[in-house]
Write a protein that binds this ligand. Sequence first.
Ligand code: NAD
Length: 355
Amino acid sequence: MQQFTFQSSFPRVVFESGAIRHLEREVELLGASKALVLSTPDQAHYAEMVADRLGSRCAGIFANAVMHVPIEVARAARDEARRLGADCAIAIGGGSTTGLGKAIALESALPILAIPTTYAGSEMTPIYGITDAGLKKTGRDIRVLPRAVLYDPELTTTLPFAMSVTSGINAIAHAAEGLYAQDTNPIMDLLAIEGISALAKGLPKLKTNLEDREGRSGCLYGAWLCGTVLGNVGMALHHKLCHTLGGSFDLPHAQTHTVILPYALAYNAPAVPAVMRRIADAIGTEDAPTGMWQLAKELGAPVSLRDIGMPYEGIDRVLELTMMSAYPNPRPLDRAALRALLERAFAGELPQSNQ
Ligand code: NAD
């Protein structure tokens, strides 16, 4: 018999090819008139485009967002928002830029309008992360959840294929773990399955044409759904492993998720066979862990930790850290099975469900 609690807190979402044309309206709906526009240095041209559209409603641009929100960058952005008297922050970019917006909102409660250009999904979560002295601290606070999100597939056509794939699989990981979360509910399950399916169908379409409209739209739609799942239910082994790996060896975020997902699914498969069948159906394969591994390989993504820069000696450290932290996971943590998982992931071998 089903048993669940459902409580919703979603940002307003405008999804449309060319949605950027609604920018001024959305800023107005926030009751704002002095926006601070955020981006990475690479995407400063996007920030300028937003500033141009806003005209006098733009207070300034801060184009220094970097991965994992270093505290120094967060402080500089907060100071800039105060100095300019900004009354909202517009984050145009991937998870790093959205993360910077969240760091500002955490202290100032400034409303955030997010315009995602990757599939990370941070715009749909109340989760923030700030890195201080090399340590990333994460937390949940409803003040950091963007008030509105403009999803414009046109803005994602510049995302290179390799990054589109790893970012898309990063999104699939949110939904896959959401399906076996302790606190999941039927609504999140529906979103998770639809999100996985949209990304699994959309990503291959980008292989030959980065501007494939159906592919871009499907992937961004999937990213929205998967991000919503991440924001609403707890994650498990996969996310904890990726957090430990990323923090310990400074591994790239989306690639780490891409490598680990098939192995984390294989580890949990014996405990949640029905979930694995649903994931397999959503990606159109017989077996979820090997199907995910094959999808990543076919799309040219990295499938081994070795290939993304992890040293072999690091396995012991990750194992210790993983065994130390207690969190809900469908299959209890078993040292020998986890070591087998990490060894396989290091070498990029086909995942095995009976590890
Ligand atoms: P990212 O934001 O760091 O972007 C990677 C690079 O791609 C950047 O240089 C960026 O400028 C560039 N880029 C982004 N969109 C582009 C586009 N359309 N065209 C060309 N280049 C583009 O990477 P990400 O994977 O989106 O985000 C990763 C970060 O987000 C990590 O720090 C992760 O922890 C965080 N994250 C947080 C949450 C959350 O809920 N808090 C969820 C997912 C990810």
